[in-house]
Design a protein around this ligand. Sequence first.
Ligand code: G6P
Length: 362
Amino acid sequence: DETDKGTYPFYMLKEIDEQPNVMRKLAQEYLSDTGKPVISDDLLNDMQEADRLYIVGAGTSYHAGLVGKRLFESMTQKPTEVHISSEFAYEQPILSEKPFFIFLSQSGETADSREVLVNVNSGNYKSLTLTNVQNSTLSREATYTLLLHAGPEIAVASTKAYTAQIALEAILAKALGERDNQIVASNFDIRQQLGLVATGMQALVDEKNVIENIAKDYFLNTPNAFYIGRGLDWTVSLESALKLKEISYVQAEGFASGELKHGTIALIEEGTPVIGIITQKRTAGLTRSNLQETMARGAKTITIVASKLAKPGDTIILPDIDEHLTPLLSVVPAQLLAYYTSLNKGLDVDKPRNLAKSVTVE
Ligand code: G6P
C-alpha cells in the first residue's frame, strides 16, 4: 500500500527516499523510448501561442515555480512570471496580450490558487495545472492537467512534490523549446539528465548519517540560520529555509547572497549557521566570497556544492548534472537537514504545529 509508512519512523523520510523513483516514473510517463517528451499537441500549441507564461502557486509549489521560470525562459525564450497565489488573487499584475497560466499545486485544492484560477477562467484564458491529485479542483477547472505521479504525499512538509514539479517543468520546457527550434532545448538530453538526477539523488539519500551529524552540529541549538545562493541556487535557498522553519522551528531565511551585505548581514553573530548553495559556474565565486564575508563575522558555514565546482573543505558535494536541473539535487541535503533537526529535537516531523497539508481557506 502506497500510504503505508513501512519501517520508516516518519512519512517525510520515506517521501525524501522516494524521489529517485519519482524521477524515473516521470521519465517513463512523459518521455518516449527515444527520450522525446510526450505532451499533447493541443497543450503545446496553446503554450506556443502565448506571449507570456504566468506560474502561480503557494508555499513549496511557489518555490518550484521560481525554478520553472528559469527553465522556461532558458529553453523557450518566453517571458515567464511567477506569482504567489494569495497575492495574485487580490493584486493582479497587468497581463500580457496572450497569457498562459500554469498552476502548481501538490494537492490541487489550495484555496488561494483556486481563487486565481476562477479569475483566469472568467477571463477565458487557457491554463494548465501540474498536480499530484487526479480530479482535484485545480485539475478539473483548468484547461489542461499534467499529473506529478509522485504517489501520495502525506508529510505536511512537501519534498517529492517539489522535485516532481521541477522535473515536469523541465520536460515541458524542453518540449516547448524544441518546437520553437531553441538550441538550448534541443541540446538538452532530458532522459539522460533525469537518469543522472535519479542516481545522484540516490547517492545523496544514502549519505543520511553524514547529514544527520551536520544537522546535530549546526542546527540543534541555534535560534536562526541562513541559506544563501544566487539565481537558481537562491530559489533553492528559499525552499531550504522553508523546510527548516516548517518542521524544526529554526527561524531560517533564504537569501540572495549578494543582497546580504545590504542589511541582513547585521544578523550574523558568533556561531550563526550560514549554508551556501553553489551549483552555477557563473556565480560560484561570488557566493563563495559572500560566505567568506559571513565567516569573518563569526558564522559557521556549510557548503552544498556541485562536484565540478567543489574545493577542499566543502561540506556536501552534489553529483554533477546539467546546470538547469541542480535544484533537484541541492534541495535533497536541505530536506534531510531539516528532517534530522526536527527528529533530534523530538518534534512531530510529519505534523508540525500550526500547519495543514492542504489549506482550503483563503
Ligand atoms: C500548505 C502546505 C505546504 C504547501 C502549500 C501549497 O501550506 O503546508 O507544504 O506547499 O500548502 O500546497 P499545494 O497543495 O497547493 O502545493
